[in-house]
Ligand binder design. Sequence first.
Ligand code: FES
Length: 103
Amino acid sequence: MSDFIRVASTSDIPEGKMKKVTVGNQQVLVVNLKGRYYAIGNVCTHFGGSLDRGILDGNEVECPLHHSHFDVITGQVKRGPAARAEPVYEVKAENGIILVKPK
Ligand code: FES
């Protein structure tokens, strides 16, 4: 069983912002939605675009390459061409530190 890993300070990811972090060998996108943190895979399931370089609009992130949309809460595809959901990671904030649990 993996333990949570410290990935950032809460001040690194203000409300409405997102950040790429590394958890083990996995790239993870951490998003702050209205003060709550969510984490999904950062590598687009379509062709590997880096979602942190895309656009966050509400709870959807748009891939910068071919404009797939993913729900950052559920990881689900909201718009193609991507067809596979992103993995969802457990994330929590404690004492100003954001922690993510590796898969
Ligand atoms: S790589 Fe993300 S939509 Fe194609």
